[in-house]
Design a protein around this ligand. Structure first.
Ligand code: FEO
Length: 392
């Protein structure tokens, strides 16, 4: 338990050891489930709970913070890492009411079997007084579920932002100490979770611009006592044009595709195009997600196996399609021997990407002179497209 301000406590849990979220997202630096207790002169509110695996930590912190009573459990978001302990908290504090959006209420009923009578719903911009402190609730749909809201504590100018602006980062520091480290974690988090909802996030950022914010207190990772750091980062991830970068994930079984990758990477660098190359057999999804935030072009390199794309390349295409990055161009390179449907398969897997498909270079066997010329042409086309669009 740590104190942010008088009668405002961080009562959540650090999860140093968690390695996977949603059984999907790698957590190389662990995570935290931040919850906050605010004692007003008349009422006390708990803001979110923690993942059920950290039950004891939250209860211990509530005891340490002297939470004799809880009047409101403000539930910003129904996902289990924040809402999962609400039923247990309701048992310990039976007088408490859950405060949430109407959409969140339905989700809490479905996910936790909460009874209607336990829940108070609030409208967008509605306020709730704790006596000497006032919350304003701000709907922020699709960061990253449709029911989400954030809370602004007016007197203290603290924005409790739930997943919005979060980072999967286990750290003993309450506030950001190393902005470079947090930038990478927050960008990874944005790429994995927020990027598919860029348009909604832009609207929600605009909505928050009217508030004087001194501290952003998210539900994952350290708090921001220099909010402009993360606000500016989000604005650039959401609004900026892609950069002069080719993302080149590849897999190669016997070296032909790798030879093409090496040649194309060299050709792109010679033409002033930045490249991020990843070996898909050892690259975790977060690395691809970070690179997808900025890249202008995706070149997926795959050999043919069992007459189609290599499954790890198909997995990367599926991921890129789901994350809906701001890519502008895409193509496929690789090698086959007698027949292949890899190009049709991969292009059929990326309907969400609003990209211009460039001419693939899909060749027979080890690359020959004419294949290298085709790769040079591809590098020329990419460099020219990037220049025409002014990508920097
Ligand atoms: Fe951290 Fe969407 O839950």
């Amino acid at each position: 338990m740590r104190q942010l301000k008088a009668n405002v406590y961080a009562v959540g849990a650090i999860d140093w050891d968690r390695k996977l979220f949603d059984e999907l997202i790698p957590l190389p630096d662990g995570t935290s489930y931040n919850a906050y207790l605010i004692k007003g002169s008349e009422k006390t509110a708990l803001l979110d709970t923690v993942d059920p695996t950290k039950t004891n930590v939250l209860i211990d912190n509530l005891i340490k913070s002297g939470a004799a009573k809880i009047d409101y459990i403000i539930s910003h978001h129904a996902e289990q890492d924040h809402a999962g302990m609400i039923p247990m908290i309701m048992e310990l504090y039976p007088e408490a009411k859950v405060v949430c959006t109407p959409k969140c209420k339905e989700m809490l009923k479905d996910l936790l079997h909460l009874d209607e009578s336990m829940i108070i719903t609030v409208n967008d911009k509605e306020t709730l007084s704790l006596g000497n402190r006032t919350f304003e609730f701000i709907y922020c749909p699709w960061v990253h579920w449709p029911e989400t809201m954030v809370s602004y504590l007016r007197e203290d100018k603290v924005l409790f932002s739930c997943d919005f602006f979060g980072s999967h980062l286990a750290t003993s520091a309450l506030y950001v100490e190393d902005e470079c480290q947090v930038y990478e974690s927050a960008k990874r988090y944005f790429g994995e979770i927020m990027m598919p909802f860029r348009t909604n996030i832009q609207k929600n950022l605009d909505k928050l611009m009217g508030y004087q914010i001194e501290v952003i207190a998210p539900s994952h990772g350290p708090l921001y006592n220099r909010p402009e750091f993360i606000l500016e980062a989000y604005k650039s991830w959401v609004n900026d044009e892609p950069k002069n970068i080719v993302l080149l994930p590849y897999v190669s079984m016997h070296g032909s595709t790798k030879e093409m990758v090496d040649y194309l990477v060299g050709a792109l660098i010679e033409r002033g195009v930045g490249v991020k190359q990843f070996d898909l057999t050892v690259t975790e999804a977060g690395k691809l997600a970070i690179a997808l935030v900025d890249a202008a072009t995706l070149v997926l390199a795959t050999p043919t196996v069992l007459s189609g794309a290599h499954p790890v390349a198909a997995n990367a295409a599926f991921l890129a399609n789901a994350l809906r990055p701001n890519l502008k161009f895409a193509t496929i390179i690789g090698s086959y021997l007698w027949a292949s449907k890899a190009v049709e398969q991969i292009t059929g897997m990326i309907p969400n990407l609003k990209v211009e498909l460039l001419e693939p270079v899909y060749i027979k066997g080890l690359p020959k002179e004419e294949d290298l010329i085709a790769l040079d042409k591809l590098a020329n086309a990419i460099a020219q497209k990037h220049r025409e669009h002014g990508f920097k």
